[in-house]
Design a protein around this ligand. Structure first.
Ligand SMILES: [Zn+2]
Length: 200
């Protein structure tokens, strides 16, 4: 009885292996046919990159597209090593720099403000204005998908916290008492920002 079952199993295995090899061959032939029909030239990813470089100012060619780094996966220890103590306190612990002390509070050069944590382009100098509140203020971000908004109930207030969408670093808050067509005031810590001077 035992022997018979073993033989049956052996036959089943043999048939199964034969079938598997057959299927494998079919798969290989199909793969080769597909490879032959693939168009030559750059991969779709490369085509997209080239397109981004050719496009206008609506799609800034910052490192958002060519950096595969997952900033959200960085640990607290990674951030502590990467940032200064004050940058860590503001960006990673939702801190606030003292008003009228930040390097960009009264700074009016033409260029682009980037996230201090990851380098993502966040605000243009043309949208910066003097709100008199003690922090750099902007009425518009570069693109809505660069900035993440979160309801903030701390300090007995209801405010909208703004964070960098790529690295989740705390930037500041957004209020609805701003000028221009948006009516918004992005009140941002200088410490959360870096600056890239415009190329003229
Ligand atoms: Zn960032």
């Amino acid at each position: 009885m035992k022997t018979h079952r073993c033989k049956t199993l052996l036959v089943a295995l043999t048939v199964g292996a034969g079938l598997g090899t057959g299927l494998g061959m079919v798969g290989l032939v199909a793969y080769r046919l597909m490879a032959q029909h693939s168009p030559p030239g750059p991969s779709p990813m490369m085509t997209q990159d080239a397109h981004s470089l050719d496009s206008t100012h609506d799609m800034p060619s910052d490192s958002t597209h060519d950096t595969p780094m997952d900033y959200k996966a960085l640990s607290d220890e990674n951030w502590k090593a990467k940032l200064s103590a004050e940058e860590y306190r503001v960006l990673r612990c939702q801190g606030t720099e003292r008003p009228y002390t930040g390097v960009y509070e009264q700074f009016w050069e033409a260029g682009t403000y980037v996230c201090k944590g990851c380098g993502a382009e966040l605000f243009r100098s043309q949208t910066k204005f003097d709100a008199g509140c003690g922090w750099p203020s902007f009425y518009e971000g570069i693109a809505s998908d660069r900035i993440r908004e979160i309801k903030d109930y701390s300090h007995g207030m209801i405010r909208i916290e703004v964070r960098c969408a790529r690295c989740d670093g705390h930037l500041g808050h957004v209020f609805d008492d701003g000028p221009q067509h948006t009516g918004l005031r992005y009140c941002i810590n200088s410490v959360s920002l870096g600056f890239k001077k415009a190329e003229e």
